[in-house]
Design a protein around this ligand. Structure first.
Ligand SMILES: NC(=O)C1=CN([C@@H]2O[C@H](COP(=O)(O)OP(=O)(O)OC[C@H]3O[C@@H](n4cnc5c(N)ncnc54)[C@H](OP(=O)(O)O)[C@@H]3O)[C@@H](O)[C@H]2O)C=CC1
Ligand SMILES: O=C(O)CCC(=O)C(=O)O
Ligand SMILES: [Mg+2]
Length: 416
């Protein structure tokens, strides 16, 4: 495909077969979006780490051909018009399959809708995968951060997060409210004249494909349990549906490999995954009090957003919380940090690049480049153990050497 502003480097496409399995050439073209706010700082630092890890692991036999894609504020500058998410950015990820992005700004209460959510929706990246593990030496607000070892599978295309809503006082919201009151017999809208309305779609298909991905991951990685996190006592047909459809799926498709807690008195037979559920408010309490009881988590979009930041806090904060948005059927994957653009730190070469760097570690592992991935995590681990850290860790550690974002990347590279 010919692109207007995207320069395709010398290299080859990663492709996927009909089952989503990847074929990875030695010089894969991988897209990257720099991102807004701290995006340029953490992208430059992470690139240094990823490229060095690949060079060290494969001595030039393998190399990533980076292809810059544009979104957010930079897209406006590059295209010379108001264009937040150029169509060719989405097309290029569709064509080249794998990309990584920095955070993109979403204004609150008006303005453009989230570009991050738009990318997930347009590419149907239905899993937001956020592993949460503790790196030795990272300062944490909990007593036993090493007990937190969870992998969050967050549904990424549905829920109230999809942004289907109408603003108070508009003719559109009036129409929706009148429909709800007159056609659907709704009597519970407390202030109908001044309400905004949002819609929460949660489907059987959307829930099943997410929960299936979580179960397959748990089985492939010898994990102990999958917990469905929901608020189904209150939102019976959406969040409660998610839980019920999940249990139905386990009984229908995973017999002999996974067992529903209620069917086995909370003890899965030897070699099987225990599937249980937890109401989200209680879950947010238990990740602080009993984190070792949870393992793989499957949840809906908004819960997953809250849960992943809360879990990140337990193991040192969102400065070190990686993630990926994946469609396991088509093979498309867009890796990204859990955190946002942290605008007050933009351009200061200050923040922790680990969240993006570790998202790249996930990307390398996803490509099957395990040796390079291991070097990234080893370098980060060693820098932290040596107490050479960015401000977010330094302010909580005794005897730390505080370095900037690029300085941390150098410290990682030296210790690979
Ligand atoms: N996927 C994406 O692209 C996402 C985008 N966003 C967007 O980002 C913007 C800002 O959101 P906001 O709510 O401020 O959340 P942010 O995640 O951007 O920042 C909140 C706080 O988290 C800490 N933090 C974030 N990143 C790092 C890092 N790399 N190293 C160290 N500490 C870090 C800082 O804490 P402290 O102040 O304590 O130093 C920061 O003030 C919004 O427009 C939001 O919509 C938000 C989340 C995800
Ligand atoms: O899109 C955004 O601005 C925020 C997204 C977010 O917080 C997340 O996906 O974790
Ligand atoms: Mg978030």
């Amino acid at each position: 495909m010919a692109y207007k502003m995207i320069k395709v480097p010398a290299g080859e496409r990663v492709t996927a077969d009909a089952s989503g399995k990847l074929q990875v050439p030695d010089r894969p073209i991988i897209g990257f979006i720099e991102g807004d706010g701290i995006g340029p700082d953490i992208t430059a630092a992470s690139m240094r780490i990823w490229n060095r890890a690949v060079e060290k692991a494969y001595g030039g036999r393998r190399q990533i051909a980076w292809m810059e894609l544009f979104a957010g504020e930079k897209a406006n500058r590059v295209y010379g018009e108001e264009l937040w998410l150029p169509g060719e950015t989405v097309d290029a990820i569709r064509e080249y399959l794998i990309a990584i992005k920095g955070p993109l700004t979403t204004p609150v209460g008006g303005g453009i809708r989230s570009l991050n959510v738009a990318l997930r929706q347009e590419l149907d990246l239905y899993v937001c995968l956020r592993p949460v593990r503790y790196f030795n030496g990272v300062p944490s607000p909990v007593k036993h951060p090493e007990k937190t070892d969870m992998v969050v599978f967050r549904e990424n295309t549905e829920d109230i997060y999809a942004g289907i809503e109408w603003n108070a006082g508009t003719p559109e919201v009036k129409k929706v409210i009148e429909f709800l009151q007159n056609e659907m017999g709704v009597k519970k809208i407390r202030f109908p004249e001044s309400s905004s309305i949002g819609i929460k779609p949660v489907s059987v298909e959307g829930s099943e494909r997410l929960i299936r991905a979580a179960l397959d991951y748990a089985i492939a990685n010898n994990r102990r349990s999958v917990t469905l996190v929901h608020k189904g006592n209150i939102m019976k047909f959406t969040e409660g549906g998610f839980k019920n459809w999940g249990y139905d799926l386990v009984r229908r498709e995973y017999a002999g490999r996974a067992a529903v807690a209620a069917d086995c008195d909370w003890k899965a037979p030897e070699g099987q995954i225990l599937v249980k559920d937890c109401i989200c408010d209680a879950f947010l309490q238990q990740i602080l009090t009993r984190p070792d009881e949870y393992d793989v988590i499957a949840t809906m979009n908004l819960n997953g957003d809250y849960v992943s930041d809360a879990l990140a806090a337990c193991v040192g904060g969102i400065g070190i919380a990686p993630g990926a948005n994946i469609n396991y059927t088509t093979g498309h994957a867009l890796f990204e940090a859990t955190h946002g653009t942290a605008p007050k730190y933009a351009g200061l070469d200050k923040v922790n690049p680990s969240s993006l760097a570790l998202s790249g570690e996930m990307l390398l592992r996803h490509l099957g480049w395990t040796e390079a991935a291991d070097l990234v995590s080893r370098g980060i681990e060693r820098a932290i153990t040596d107490r050479v850290v960015t401000y977010d860790f330094a302010r909580l550690m005794d005897g730390a050497t505080e370095v900037g974002c690029s300085g941390f990347a150098e410290a990682v590279v030296e210790r690979m």
